[in-house]
Design a binder for this molecule. Structure first.
Ligand code: AP5
Ligand code: MG
Length: 209
C-alpha cells in the first residue's frame, strides 16, 4: 500500500512531484494547501478563516486541518493509497495522523532557502484548476494560460515576498521536526530537490517502487 507523505520547504516541489506520483500510481494527490485555497475560492466560512491565516503566512489550526484530512482520506478514491502533500506539518499533526493512518513512505524534498525564494518568485498557478507552472523551468505553452484547462495563471496571494520568509521560518521551526520523527519509524527518505523536475521524480520513483 502506498500511503505517502511529502514534506519540504516552500517551493521544494511537493505539489509538482505529488502530481507526477499521482499519475504514475493512479492514487490521489491530496494537498491541504490546495483544499484550503478551494475553500477560499468558494467563500465558505472555512475559506474566510483560511484566507486570513494563509495570506499572512500562518498555519491553520491543527483541529481543523486534522478533521479535513481525516474526512478526505475516508473517501473511496483513497482506499488504495494516496500522496499527502503538506500534511502533517508538525509533530502534533503527525501524532494525530498516526492514530488514523499508517504511512508507508515519508519523503522530505530538501532545497536551501535561497532556491525556495527563487522558485516561488517565478511560480504561476492556475486560478481555475490549481495546476502549477514556473516561468523558467516549467513554462506554460501560452503566456499566462494554463495548459490543462485554459485558465488564467496568477501568483499565489501567500507568495508575496514578505510572507515567504515567515513561511520558511515556520517550516524550519516546526515542520523540520518531522525528520527525526519519521527517521525513528524507519520510513524517512531525503530527496535532493535541487535538480530538475524529471530527475527529482526519477529519484523519488527509485525509492517508492
Ligand atoms: P501549501 O500549499 O502546502 O504551500 P507550501 O508548503 O508553502 O508549499 P508550496 O506549495 O509553496 O511549494 P511546493 O513544495 O508545493 O512547490 P511547487 O511544486 O509548487 O500550503 C499553503 C498554506 O496552507 C500554508 O502556508 C498554511 O497556511 C496552510 N496549510 C497547508 N497545509 C497545512 C497544514 N497541514 N496545517 C496547517 N496549515 C496548513 O513548486 C514550486 C515552483 O517551483 C513551481 O513553479 C514549480 O513549477 C517549480 N519547480 C518544482 N520543482 C522544481 C525543480 N525540481 N526544478 C525547478 N523548478 C521546480
Ligand atoms: Mg504546493
Amino acid at each position: 500500500m502506498k500511503n505517502i507523505i511529502i514534506f519540504g520547504p516552500q517551493g521544494s516541489g511537493k505539489g509538482t512531484q505529488a502530481d507526477i506520483l499521482s499519475d504514475k500510481f493512479s492514487i490521489p494527490h491530496v494537498s491541504t494547501g490546495r483544499i484550503f485555497r478551494e475553500e477560499i475560492k468558494k467563500g465558505t466560512e472555512l475559506g474566510k478563516k483560511a484566507d486570513e491565516l494563509i495570506n499572512a503566512g500562518n498555519l491553520l489550526p491543527d483541529d481543523i486541518t486534522n478533521e479535513i484530512v481525516k474526512n478526505r482520506l475516508l473517501e473511496k478514491d483513497c482506499k488504495n493509497g494516496y500522496i499527502l502533500d503538506g500534511y502533517p506539518r508538525d509533530i502534533a499533526q503527525a501524532e494525530y495522523f498516526d492514530t488514523i493512518a499508517k504511512i508507508s513512505h515519508a519523503l522530505e524534498i530538501w532545497i536551501p532557502d535561497k532556491i525556495s525564494v527563487e522558485r516561488i518568485n517565478k511560480r504561476r498557478t492556475c486560478q481555475k484548476c490549481g495546476e502549477v507552472f514556473h516561468l523558467e523551468f516549467n513554462p506554460p505553452k501560452k503566456t499566462n494560460t494554463c495548459d490543462e484547462c485554459g485558465g488564467e495563471l496568477t501568483t499565489r496571494k501567500d507568495d508575496k515576498k514578505e510572507w515567504i520568509k515567515k513561511r520558511l521560518e515556520i517550516y524550519h521551526s516546526r515542520t523540520e521536526n518531522l525528520i527525526d520523527y519519521y527517521k525513528n519509524k524507519n520510513i524517512y527518505h531525503k530527496i535532493d530537490g535541487r535538480p530538475g523536475i524529471d530527475e527529482v521524480a526519477k529519484n523519488i520513483l527509485e525509492i517508492i517502487k
